[in-house]
Design a protein around this ligand. Structure first.
Ligand SMILES: Cc1cc2nc3c(=O)[nH]c(=O)nc-3n(C[C@H](O)[C@H](O)[C@H](O)COP(=O)(O)O)c2cc1C
Ligand SMILES: [Mn+2]
Length: 491
C-alpha cells in the first residue's frame, strides 16, 4: 500500500470483488470449503466477528448450494479497515473516523449516479416461476433464530412516491419461501416512510434488495444519511466516481450494475408473515416472533459465482457491525453537532458496546455556562444519533472519549448523579431494544428515555475542581523509559 498519510483519501475499489483483492493483498482472507448454512457459517461468525483482527472469511462449495455460490464474512477488521474508507492500512480508529469526517462530511460532495444499459449483475436472471431465493446460502446465524436470514449485509432501494427521491437503507430479511423474504423496516427509517406513503395511496411499494456488492454502499445503507438524499449519490461523491446503475426489469428501480445479488419485487399492504426471533445487535432476541411485511420477489439478478455478504449482529460485545458503525457514526454525530452550532466539540465516540448506538462520549472545551448541556442534548437528538441512543456522556477535553475506561472514570468521578443526569422522554427507539414493554410493542410505541450525563467539571467552579492525578506527558514518558522494563516478561 502506498503511503498516503499526507494526501486526500482514495478509494481503490468499486465493488466487493475489487475490495476482496485488497484484503487478499494484505494477507487477511481465509477460504472455507464445504460448510453448511444450517450451522457452520453461524459458528464461524461466532468465532471471528468479535475479534479486532479476525480474518475475512469466504465460504465456497457451501453444502446444498449451486456450485460457485459464495458467502463473505467479516469485512471490517484488521488492516483492511482503513483502505475500505480510502485511508492507509493500519490507520487507527480515531484517525479513521476523524479523517472520514474531514474528507467526506465537512464539505459533502454529492455525485449523482449514472444509468448504464447493462452490467455484470445481469449475468444471471431468474424471472417469474424460476425465482428461487432458497438457492442462495442464507445461514441460520444464531442458535435460536426463527429461520434463515439472507439479508444481513444488505440494503434496499425505494423511491418516495410523492417527492421522487431514492433511498438506500439496510433492513434485515428472513427467507420465507422460494419467492418471498421479510423486510423489517422500523418506524422512522426512510424506507419505512416511503412504504407508508405507498400504503396510504392503497399501492404496493416497489423495492430492490441488494445482497452483496460495494462495501461502501452497504455501510452507507446502514448508517444515518440525511432525509431526501440518496446514499449511493453520497458514495459517488466520496469516490469521485458516480455509481453506475442498471434498471430493474420489473419495477424500473435502479440498482448498481456491479452488485452481486439483487432481489426485485413489491411489498404490499396486505401481506405479512411471522418472522423471528433474531439475535439482535442489542444482544437479545428482542423483537421475538412478529408480523413483518414481505417482499414478493418477481426477479433475481446475480453475477457469476455470486458473493452473498453476511453481516450478522453478534450481540453483547463489540462486533464487526459495531466497528464500522463506530467509525462512521462518530464522524457523523460530531459533524451534526458542529452544523447545529455547538462550538469547540473535540472528540465524539459512539461506543462499540451497544452496537455503536447506545452510548456516546463527547468531549468539549467548555467555554460558557450551559455549553455542556447544549452539547449533550444535541448529541442525543441529532439526526445521526437519535435512533436507539440511550446514554450521552459529556466530558472535558482532558478525557479521551474513545477509551471506554477513561470515559467511565470521568463519569464516575465528575458527576453528582442527581444533578448531573437529565432525561429526555419519548425519544426514538429501535424495536431491537429489549426493555420495550410488551404493551409498548403492542401499541407500536417504540420510544424510550435517554440520559444526558454532564460529566464536565462544573463550569462555575471549574477552577476549584481538584486536579486529576494523571501524569503529565513528560512524567509518563520518563516512567516508561526508566522502568518500563519491569513489565518485560524476560527481565
Ligand atoms: C446490518 C444492518 C441491519 C439492519 N437492520 C435493520 C432492520 O432490520 N430494520 C431497520 O429498520 N433498520 C435496520 N438497520 C438500521 C438502518 O439500516 C439504519 O438506521 C439506516 O440509517 C436506515 O436508513 P434509511 O433511514 O435511509 O432508511 C440495520 C442496519 C444494519 C447495518
Ligand atoms: Mn436514507
Amino acid at each position: 500500500m502506498t503511503d498516503r498519510s499526507n494526501s486526500a483519501p482514495h478509494i481503490d475499489y468499486d465493488d466487493l470483488r475489487e475490495w476482496l483483492a485488497i484484503a487478499e493483498s494484505l494477507g487477511e482472507v481465509k477460504h472455507v470449503l464445504g460448510a453448511s448454512w444450517q450451522e457452520d457459517i453461524g459458528l464461524a461468525a461466532e468465532a471471528v466477528l468479535r475479534a479486532e483482527n479476525g480474518p475475512c472469511v469466504v465460504f465456497e462449495d457451501i453444502q446444498g448450494c449451486p456450485k460457485g455460490f459464495r458467502l463473505l464474512l467479516n469485512m471490517f477488521a484488521g488492516q483492511r479497515r482503513a483502505p475500505t474508507f480510502g485511508f492507509p492500512a493500519g490507520t487507527d480508529k480515531w484517525d479513521l473516523s476523524n479523517g472520514f469526517r474531514e474528507a467526506y462530511l465537512t464539505q459533502p460532495k454529492i455525485l449523482p449516479h449514472v444509468m448504464v444499459e447493462s452490467g455484470p449483475v445481469f449475468e444471471n436472471i431468474m424471472l417469474g416461476d424460476d425465482v428461487d431465493v432458497e438457492k442462495f446460502p442464507a445461514p441460520v446465524w444464531h442458535e435460536k433464530d426463527g429461520g434463515r436470514y439472507i439479508g444481513t449485509g444488505t440494503y434496499s432501494i425505494t423511491r418516495d412516491p410523492d417527492e421522487g427521491w431514492l433511498n438506500a437503507g439496510a433492513y434485515r430479511a428472513q427467507v420465507h419461501d422460494a419467492k418471498s423474504v421479510g423486510v423489517l423496516m422500523a418506524a422512522g427509517h426512510h424506507g419505512q416512510i416511503h412504504r407508508e406513503k405507498y400504503f396510504a395511496r392503497g399501492e404496493k411499494m416497489p423495492l430492490v434488495m441488494v445482497l452483496g456488492g460495494d462495501p461502501l454502499a452497504f455501510f452507507y445503507g446502514g448508517t444515518e444519511a440525511p432525509y431526501g438524499v440518496f446514499e449511493l449519490d453520497i458514495i459517488g461523491g466520496m469516490r469521485g466516481r458516480p455509481v453506475e446503475m442498471v434498471t430493474g426489469k420489473v419495477t424500473g428501480l435502479p440498482f448498481p450494475a456491479n452488485a452481486e445479488i439483487v432481489l426485485e419485487g413489491y411489498v404490499s399492504p396486505e401481506r405479512r408473515e411471522t418472522e423471528g426471533p433474531f439475535g439482535e445487535w442489542t444482544g437479545h432476541y428482542a423483537g421475538g416472533a412478529s408480523q413483518v411485511h414481505v417482499l414478493d420477489i418477481k426477479a433475481i439478478y446475480y453475477r457469476n459465482e455470486p458473493i452473498l455478504l453476511g453481516v450478522p449482529p453478534m450481540g453483547a460485545g463489540p462486533d464487526e457491525m459495531a466497528r464500522y458503525r463506530a467509525v462512521m457514526r462518530s464522524a457523523m454525530v460530531k459533524q451534526n453537532m458542529v452544523a447545529a452550532g455547538v462550538p469547540e466539540v473535540q472528540k465524539v465516540w459512539c461506543h462499540e458496546v451497544g452496537g455503536s448506538r447506545m452510548l456516546h462520549g463527547v468531549s468539549i472545551k467548555q467555554r460558557y455556562p450551559g455549553h455542556a448541556v447544549q452539547a449533550g442534548m444535541i448529541a442525543a437528538q441529532c439526526g445521526a444519533a437519535a435512533y436507539a441512543s440511550k446514554y450521552v456522556v459529556v466530558v472535558d477535553d482532558d478525557v479521551d472519549v474513545t477509551d471506554l475506561e477513561q470515559l467511565m472514570w470521568a463519569m464516575l468521578t465528575r458527576t453528582e448523579p442527581k444533578q448531573s443526569i437529565q432525561f429526555i422522554e419519548g425519544s426514538w427507539d429501535s424495536p431491537a431494544d429489549p426493555v420495550l414493554t410488551p404493551e409498548k410493542r403492542a401499541a407500536r410505541d417504540m420510544t424510550h428515555s435517554v440520559a444526558v450525563i454532564n460529566a464536565c467539571r462544573p463550569f462555575h467552579w471549574r477552577d476549584k475542581f481538584p486536579p486529576s492525578n494523571a501524569p503529565s506527558a513528560a512524567v509518563a514518558k520518563k516512567a516508561k523509559e526508566k522502568f518500563g522494563w519491569l513489565l518485560d516478561a524476560k527481565s
